[in-house]
Design a protein around this ligand. Structure first.
Ligand SMILES: NC(=O)C1=CN([C@@H]2O[C@H](COP(=O)(O)OP(=O)(O)OC[C@H]3O[C@@H](n4cnc5c(N)ncnc54)[C@H](O)[C@@H]3O)[C@@H](O)[C@H]2O)C=CC1
Ligand SMILES: CC(C)CCC[C@@H](C)[C@H]1CC[C@H]2C3=C(CC[C@]12C)[C@@]1(C)CCC(=O)C[C@@H]1CC3
Length: 345
């Protein structure tokens, strides 16, 4: 009779491990003595100690080999919000997450840590020091966020102490750092096209931006604290830099660090939001004739023009979380890591 090898608690799987956050997580797990199985639709690097499994997480048969002899799974895969593809968000974030849960149960996984998003409670209006008990957004800012809400609910509901399957969700906000494919590249592209001259609103709105290593730290603390007797089972946790910053100060610091001029002129929030809405509608109406993606989407305008920062008190109390890299240091390291995006003029 074949004997089943008891999974080592130092062997884990990272679904989405080829991505920005996923790769930083893999690197830290290796540093901490874990061996890692990466499952992703693409392979973007090679590292000793990492086994790659390429496939779509919606395919349980493809997923199962990556979970063999593993006790802990991190699920940080998602289509990019910029893809703006409703069917894809629904298929990967909702149906795919159901498949991940089923596969974990079949493979005898003990712990599942989901990367959710603090935006699951954001409706486009101010949130100041929001705690995890805020209700899920009834009108999420976009379809990506709508599917992140459903995804988080599925994972937290699946937590079952009796059956020994424990789950927890990490809600980061505005992740930035070396190799980020989103925030800095979009910002620089906008600046290079001469569109980063304006501040939306009065520029005093506070927002959380979170250095990627702090997000990783929160995930690993949650995984290591996830035990049947711990208060964290089935709960979401905000993980941020715990240093809310003016949205436009953050953008300006990154821009200036890379040699671009910071935005200077103010435009009223309602005007820019209205224009963004109009452009978005036009892009849908004209899609059959001409495809274009507006830079200032209603979602980005809402993110750029409102207060939205979150309390990390619950993570401090239950996980012993404190950020390991300050915002200042995180911005400096990020700017340094993008020599190819510096202004050449
Ligand atoms: N970047 C940010 O500011 C924030 C990100 N998040 C969440 O953090 C997680 C990681 O995000 P990032 O690293 O920024 O994104 P990313 O796009 O760099 O990484 C996502 C990874 O998922 C993989 N993936 C996508 N669809 C897949 C599928 N069907 N099967 C297997 N793999 C698939 C991609 O290939 C990619 O490697 C996501 O769940 C995202 O929703 C949450 C809050 C903020
Ligand atoms: C053109 C400029 C006004 C804005 C450039 C920066 C933006 C690209 C980013 C500012 C806040 C970011 C953010 C996300 C993506 C990149 C930004 C819009 C998320 C939507 C990524 C996925 C999430 O779960 C929530 C994030 C909120 C903040």
């Amino acid at each position: 009779m074949a004997t089943r090898v008891r999974p080592s608690s130092k062997r884990c799987a990272v679904i989405g491990g080829s991505g920005f956050l996923g790769r930083h997580l893999v690197e830290k797990l290796l540093d901490r003595g874990y061996s890692v199985s990466v499952f992703d639709i693409r392979q973007s690097y090679e590292l000793p100690g990492v086994t790659f499994h390429q496939g779509d997480l919606c395919d349980k048969q493809a997923l199962l080999p990556a979970l063999k002899d593993v006790s802990l799974v991190f699920h940080c895969a998602s289509p990019s919000p910029a893809s703006d593809d409703r069917d894809l968000f629904e298929r990967v974030n909702i149906q795919g997450t159901q498949t991940v849960i089923q596969a974990c149960k079949e493979a005898g996984i003990q712990k599942l840590v989901l990367t959710s998003s603090a935006s699951v409670v954001f409706e486009g209006t101010d949130i100041k020091n929001g705690r995890e008990d805020l209700p899920y957004a009834k009108k999420p800012i976009d379809y990506y966020t709508k599917t992140k809400i459903e995804q988080e609910k599925l994972v937290l509901k699946a937590c079952d102490k009796q059956k020994g399957f424990l789950t927890v969700a990490i809600r980061p906000h505005g992740i930035f750092g070396p190799r980020d494919p989103q925030l800095v590249p979009i910002l620089v592209d906008t600046a290079r096209r001469g569109k980063m001259k304006f501040i939306i609103g009065d520029g005093t709105n506070l927002v959380d931006f979170t250095f990627v290593e702090n997000v990783v730290h929160g995930h690993i603390l949650a995984a290591e604290r996830l035990r049947p007797d711990s208060p964290i089972c089935g709960k979401p946790y905000h993980i941020t830099n715990d240093e809310p910053v003016r949205f436009w100060d953050f953008m300006s610091q990154v821009l200036v660090g890379l040699g671009y001029a910071p935005p200077r002129y103010h435009l009223p929030y309602a005007l820019v939001y209205g224009l963004a809405l109009l452009l978005w509608l036009l892009s849908i109406i004209l899609r059959p004739l001409k495809s274009f993606k507006p830079t200032f989407t209603p979602m980005r305008v809402a993110l750029a023009g409102t207060h939205h920062y979150y309390s990390c008190e619950r993570a401090k109390e239950d996980l012993g979380y404190t950020p390991v890299v300050s915002l200042k240091e995180g911005i400096a390291r990020t700017v340094q890591s993008y020599p190819h995006l510096r202004c050449e003029a």
